[in-house]
Ligand binder design. Structure first.
Ligand code: ZLM
Ligand code: CA
Ligand code: ZN
Length: 397
């Protein structure tokens, strides 16, 4: 049904819970959890669930969240509601509650559900029950130990990496959300057991969170183990994918991670409501595919993405693409594995088909001409690549 028959070299697990999607940040808030409903409908519509193990996830419990987060912050999140917010007046500014991170109904359930899904996914990788584990509701990279930030309350990524570190000596974190993955970087800033790499729009005073310049490289034992690629508006498919490959390949070869966590924020697509890049779905997917081909245990997470129809197109495409490909080493012996090419025509029967008009395609052109002119010169991108290579010289794998 829209999927070419192929040999699945990878065991893929898909971690999902419809309850997480039914929460609302409030009128006009850009973060819309129902983009996950849209994604899941497309995934089912293409029949992709038949190609992976799908798990209904459980909420994380408080003890699991305490692995990273402060007790008082968790207590606050558990107890606060839109109705009793006044009683917590002192806590609101302390925990950075406000327009970006409002208190909404069911906030605790929402947080524990997306965190539980990332923890389940990490555990499937640890147990070798899965080679690639997907949680599109996770990837909330800004949350701090005792502070909400940038639409993120609980840092499911940090929690999942902490699980992986129980069995894996080195974890590589890659973040292709248009925003800097500051919360994950900060959590592992001074360790060499996690290397963090974020590509993002950087403009200190005018783009959130304002961190992640090229000279932000980690500290102490973690010096050179935080990598940042600051980019300007309008980067296009070709330059992004080229730069991504030029950086990720030597990073993996040098660092030799034993597991990889990939944050796939969809706000790096062209036409995103908050983003300012010019990527099409295939280019974003090419980055995911490139990482997958190294054949390392891979945790695939969501993140930002503020134009729901394109978020769901992207993550469906990346779900389809993940089960299908083979490690590079096996490529020559498995030439029949050309990948799960799902049709450009969206599934005919879907309760949400109306969102995808007038084209009803998986790959509409997203790089709206002229909206964001590409401000990244070849020379600038080359210089960023060179800076990364300079840090890699300090890494002994
Ligand atoms: N104001 N409403 C990315 C997180 C980006 C900080 C400027 C809040 C918004 C934005 C919220 C309805 C990820 C900032 C923004 C207005 C201070 C950001 C509520 C519109 C609205 O209409 C809005 C009342 C809201 C928030 C726009 N906030 C756009 N950009 C960033 C946070 C998260 O994608 O990386 C991962 C999930 N915040 O720029 C302000 C400085 C708060
Ligand atoms: Ca990023
Ligand atoms: Zn983002």
């Amino acid at each position: 049904l829209g999927v070419n028959p192929q040999v699945n070299m990878f065991q893929v697990s898909y971690h999902h819970n419809a309850m997480a999607e039914n929460h609302h940040f409030g009128a006009a808030h850009p973060m819309k959890p129902w983009r996950l409903t849209l994604t899941n409908q497309l995934v089912l519509g293409y029949g992709l669930h038949e190609h992976m193990d799908t798990y209904s996830t459980r909420p994380a419990n408080e003890d699991e969240l305490k692995d990273f987060h402060g007790d008082d912050y968790l207590e606050f999140l558990k107890r606060v509601t839109p109705h009793n917010t006044q009683e917590f007046a002192n806590d609101l500014s302390k925990f950075n509650i406000g327009d970006d991170c409002p208190i909404f109904d069911g906030i605790w359930d929402y947080c524990s559900l997306y965190a539980g899904a990332s923890l389940d996914a990490a555990k499937k990788l640890i147990n070798h029950q899965s080679d690639i584990a997907i949680n599109w509701s996770g990837g909330l990279h800004h949350a701090k130990k005792s502070e909400a930030s940038g639409f993120c309350y609980i840092n499911d990524i940090v929690l999942a990496i902490l699980q992986l570190l129980r069995y894996h000596p080195r974890v590589l974190y890659i973040d292709i959300d248009v925003h800097h993955g500051d919360g994950v970087e900060q959590a592992f800033f001074s360790t060499d057991r996690v290397m963090t790499l974020s590509l993002h729009k950087y403009d200190k005073d005018n783009f959130f969170p304002g961190t992640g310049n090229w000279d932000d490289i980690g500290g102490g034992a973690g010096k050179h183990y935080a990598l940042n690629v600051p980019l300007k508006d309008g980067i296009d498919d070709e330059s992004y994918v080229r730069l991504f490959k030029q950086i990720v390949e030597p990073v993996i070869e040098k660092y030799c991670p034993t597991a990889v966590v990939l944050q796939c924020g969809a706000d790096s697509l062209g036409s995103d409501k908050l983003g300012c890049f010019n990527l099409n779905i295939k280019a974003h997917g090419a980055c995911v595919e490139f990482v997958k081909k190294f054949g390392l245990p891979l945790l695939v997470l969501g993140g930002g993405g503020y134009t729901p129809r394109n978020v769901s197109r992207l993550w469906t495409y990346e779900t389809a693409y993940t089960p299908s490909h083979i490690p590079m080493a096996n490529a020559s012996t498995n030439t029949i594995c050309v990948g799960a090419e799902i049709e450009d025509d969206l599934p005919a029967r879907s309760p949400y088909r109306e969102y995808f008009g007038p084209d009803y395609k998986l790959h509409p052109p997203l790089s709206k001409e002229g909206k964001y002119e590409n401000k990244n010169s070849k020379k600038y991108l080359e210089s960023m690549k060179t800076k990364i290579m300079e840090h890699l010289r300090f890494i002994d794998g």
